[in-house]
Design a protein around this ligand. Structure first.
Ligand SMILES: [Zn+2]
Length: 284
């Protein structure tokens, strides 16, 4: 924790947060904004905002801070969910404490959430968030939130791979992309059959700088299906491409409706649609 407020990227909240699972009081680390700390760069295909390193602060990763993590029991959730859990969820989260503590021990043996976060802790925060969301009721949209968490964990694994190549973080990124594919697909299915909604889930990003809402979920689900869906079996691949095409097509298929959608999303959706078509034609 740095006490030199003006020069640090983050600060720990003065007010403590009480963990509803284990009762520990802790202080949450948050990012300071403004004063040239963040210089926005390009937007990736996955709608991830990249940031230019600055001379004063170096590389900055806003993605590693949004999840609140209890440093004692590793219960993790997005801020709007963290304190507000029902007794059944609480009990299940308490029963899982050892499982959470063991789950990343081999990959990241020495994480301490009392300390300022690094990329490893950012990945772990999303990992614990997915584990914790398993116990959330359907009205909190745990499936789509797990999708967003897995996708961001994949991005951070790619960042880590660039910093320390040869440690197999690219492999870990693929595992999280695959998890993201699974959760995004499930979230859309559950939304369509009325089992679990997406619309009220809050900030769906996928990144922290903007909320593309339901349309963003459709687009990311299609892109994940295209890039990380089943590939080895040609028949499965064909079915997967058709699914992706239908999903992404919904974003611009109805002339009038697409007027309200951000052009960044529409342009990318059309590009993915074209690529899927190309592969479908090549295979027929
Ligand atoms: Zn706790």
């Amino acid at each position: 924790m740095s006490s030199n407020a003006g020069d640090s990227i983050t600060f720990f909240s003065k007010e403590s947060i009480n963990c509803p699972v284990c009762g520990t009081d802790f202080h949450r680390e948050d990012m300071r904004t403004g004063r040239g700390r963040l210089i926005a760069g390009s937007l990736t295909r996955f709608l991830r905002r990249l940031y230019e390193p600055t001379e004063k602060y170096g590389e900055v990763y806003p993605l590693i801070y949004p999840v609140t993590v209890c440093p004692n029991c590793l219960y993790a959730a997005f801020p709007q969910d963290f304190s507000n859990i029902n007794p059944k969820t609480r009990e299940a989260l308490e029963g899982d404490i050892e499982a959470r503590k063991k789950s990343l021990k081999k990959i990241f043996p020495e994480l301490d959430f009392n300390k300022p976060r690094n990329i490893e802790m950012g990945i772990a925060a999303y990992h614990y968030c997915i584990l914790s969301l398993q116990h959330f009721p359907k009205d909190r949209s745990p499936t789509v939130k797990s999708g967003v968490s897995a996708l961001r964990a994949a991005w951070l694994c790619e960042d880590l791979h660039r910093k320390v190549p040869g440690e197999h973080f690219d492999y870990l990124a693929n595992i999280y992309y695959h998890k993201a594919w699974f959760y995004y697909t499930e979230a859309l299915n559950k939304d369509e059959n009325g089992e679990e909604g997406i619309a009220d889930a809050g900030q769906l990003g996928p990144d922290v700088d903007q909320n593309y809402g339901y349309d963003g979920v459709l687009y990311i689900a299609a892109l994940l299906e295209f890039l990380h869906g089943p590939k080895s079996n040609p028949e499965q691949r064909h079915a997967s491409l058709q699914r992706a095409k239908t999903m992404v097509g919904r974003l611009f298929g109805h002339g009038r409706a697409s007027k309200d959608k951000p052009s960044t999303l529409l342009e990318r959706a059309k590009e993915v649609y074209r690529e899927i078509n190309q592969e479908l034609k090549g295979n027929s």
